[in-house]
Ligand binder design. Structure first.
Ligand SMILES: [Ca+2]
Ligand SMILES: [Ca+2]
Ligand SMILES: [Ca+2]
Length: 326
């Protein structure tokens, strides 16, 4: 029997390679589609479980242990209320919302050209959402080589620190004395002013960028804020009641524990809608707080809107039991 010729062998190898390539491409594609569909169904299940828990808790809305009305806030994409979700008799403050944490930063400089001068900068209207935290990094430069030459820093009139009291040099030609401060409380009003006071000892003899200056300062503000209605994550925030002195109950906002219920929410329409006892939809916030008896929760879930499967919609109506007879 004759063996294969070289040509026959090559042809055979080429044919098998092509077949193998086609088959494996098909398998990989099928596997990917399968994996994607599986991911989508996981996302839907996750959203469904989230919405079920949410509906159960909203149904049980009741006054806060501090005496607050059951509903705190009734927005299109944020609902804040009280309920006892773990059945221990103490009422939690709950917040369901679509939101994302955004960060931002701005920097400003100021210079003083006179001996012992001051300079100031102010930041305002930089926040778009609920402030989480703000930091400022401050550095100075100037005729600051001696220990009696320093820069007093104030934020909204509050003394923060003396920069460059040690470790700085005269006219360093680089930022020095850098320190970072937490100014969260001072920026809650969406505005902060910084003052740098160069004391009486500093002469105007430095020439880095600006000639004949005594001192200059740079303020680098950076913050984290929560923007409601943005992003694709439906979140749940829980605050436990805290008994203060004299048994006074409070719900400290900075003790909220936030978890993500589902990460693929695509709602443009409201997630929360509010209805009175006649089934009339409530549009204005004051009426929502006062008259809501029934709510509708609506979620659009899709792990990637640019490819199939299409949007999956979850919709659920819920009667607020403790509010229906008022
Ligand atoms: Ca509880
Ligand atoms: Ca000096
Ligand atoms: Ca302020």
């Amino acid at each position: 029997m004759k063996g294969f010729t070289l040509i026959e062998t090559i042809v055979t190898i080429v044919i098998f390679t092509i077949i193998f390539g086609v088959v494996s491409a098909f398998i990989i594609m099928a596997y990917r589609t399968q994996g994607y569909t599986w991911q989508q169904s996981m996302a839907i299940n996750e959203a469904r479980r989230g919405i079920e828990t949410m509906v159960k808790e909203i149904r049980e809305a009741r006054p806060g242990d501090d005496g607050s009305y059951p509903i705190v806030y009734a927005g299109d994409k944020e609902f804040i209320f009280f309920a006892d979700i773990d059945k221990d008799g103490a009422t939690e403050r709950l917040r369901y919302f679509l939101g994302t944490v955004d960060s931002g930063s701005q920097a400003q400089k100021c210079v003083t050209f006179t001996k012992g001068g001051t300079c100031s900068v102010s930041f305002s209207n930089f926040l778009k959402g609920n402030l989480k935290s703000t930091q400022v990094k401050i550095s100075v430069e100037g005729d600051l080589g001696a220990s009696n030459e320093y820069v007093e820093i104030f934020a909204d009139g509050v003394k923060l620190e003396n920069l460059c009291q040690t470790g700085c040099t005269d006219c360093a030609v680089t930022w020095q004395g850098t320190q970072t401060f937490d100014v969260t409380d001072l920026t809650k009003d969406n505005s902060i002013q910084f003052l740098a006071d160069a004391t009486i000892h500093v002469d105007s003899q430095c020439s880095w960028e600006e000639p004949n200056h005594a001192m200059k300062a740079i303020f680098e503000l950076s913050w984290n804020e929560e923007v409601i209605g943005a992003g694709n994550e439906l979140k749940k925030g829980v605050i436990n009641p805290v008994a203060g002195s004299g048994g006074k109950i409070t719900y400290p906002l900075d003790q909220e524990e936030v978890t993500i219920l589902t990460s693929y929410v695509r709602n443009v329409p409201p997630i929360f809608r509010y209805f009175d006892q006649d089934g009339q939809e409530l549009i204005e916030t004051p009426a929502r707080l006062k008259d809501t008896k029934v709510m509708e929760v609506y979620l659009i879930v899709n792990i990637d809107p640019n490819r199939p499967p299409q949007d999956f919609e979850l919709r659920s109506a819920v009667q607020l039991r403790n509010l229906k007879d008022e």
